[in-house]
Design a protein around this ligand. Structure first.
Ligand code: ZN
Ligand code: ZN
Length: 292
């Protein structure tokens, strides 16, 4: 049995250590590319090629200084080393048949294949909301989540900018689920791809959802880029990842969310005076404080 080009683990300890190192390296490289391409594309397109054309859709008026982007990138690299270590352990367990990971895509039928992807996204949405809220508790914030909130004005590179303890929390979702339900590796691959794309865009600093989304009967259930950007600039409220329903059910959706979204998406592309104010490069980092 082989997974991600990683063969069965050997029995003796010395070879096992080499196997683990090789598995870690392969998963790290795959994960790095999975982060680098979406974050790089969002950065080149939104912050480079279309920067001036989309200035009216800039959520915050300023851009962060380069050192903030470097910090986000290196924190994300640190998270990827942790994800790869968790991935190597999961691969070891999967190849040994200890998890629900199965290898024949049609083994449970294609309806299950598609359903499991949907369930995975919905459960991860709940996992993210509740772990995120917990990490905003004053006793946990500094250790787990303060590093992520150093980005008061985030960039696409902030997608995985977590302190190591938060990276462990975020990295544990897939292994926990893999022990609880049958999952095909292609479902896990699509899940992590969807996750990084939504995550990168949520930190992109530009709103590309159409005007009216935040009040539309369906659109209001989806987390727009303004939704997560507000979480970074204001620190409290808007804890959701993909959908807004946990925030709505728990009363944590920010009161200024829909108004801010409307304000960002109502600006005219041709208002030069207003948009010229959005070209400045200013450090806007504030000291993040935990929720009361
Ligand atoms: Zn937060
Ligand atoms: Zn964030």
């Amino acid at each position: 049995m082989e997974l991600l080009g990683i063969g069965p683990p050997p029995d003796n300890f010395g070879d096992l250590a080499l196997w683990a190192l090789s598995a870690w390296g392969k998963i790290f490289l795959l994960d790095f590319v999975r982060y680098l391409i979406p974050a790089g594309l969002a950065f080149v397109i939104l912050w480079g090629v279309l920067r001036r054309r989309l200035l009216h859709r800039r959520i915050q008026p300023t851009f962060p200084e380069a050192h903030h982007l470097r910090r986000e990138f290196f924190y994300s690299l640190s998270s990827l080393t942790i994800f790869a270590a968790i991935g190597a352990v999961l691969t070891y367990a999967a190849i040994n048949g200890w998890t629900g990971i199965y290898f024949g895509a049609s083994e449970f039928g294609w309806a299950y294949w598609g359903g499991s992807l949907l369930v995975m996204v919905l459960l991860h949405d709940a996992w993210f909301y509740w772990t995120h809220r917990a990490m905003h508790h004053r006793r946990l914030f500094r250790l787990f989540h303060r590093a992520h909130h150093k980005s008061h004005n985030p960039s696409p590179w902030a997608a995985y900018a977590f302190a190591p303890p938060e990276a462990v929390v975020q990295g544990l979702f897939v292994p926990i689920l893999a022990f609880l339900m049958p999952l095909h590796p292609s479902v896990i691959a699509l899940f992590v791809l969807h996750q990084i794309i939504r995550n990168v865009l949520g930190h992109s600093g530009f709103e590309i959802f159409p005007r009216g989304t935040a009040r539309h009967p369906v659109g209001r259930l989806i987390t727009t880029h303004t939704h997560h950007d507000l979480h970074h600039s204001k620190v409290t409220g808007n804890y959701c990842l993909y959908f807004t329903w946990w925030d709505r059910w728990m009363g944590t959706l920010r009161d200024d969310y829909a108004d801010t979204f409307d304000a960002v998406t109502s600006r005219s592309r041709h208002s030069d005076t207003e948009n010229n104010n959005r070209t400045g490069t200013t450090s806007t980092v504030v000291t993040a404080t935990p929720a009361p």
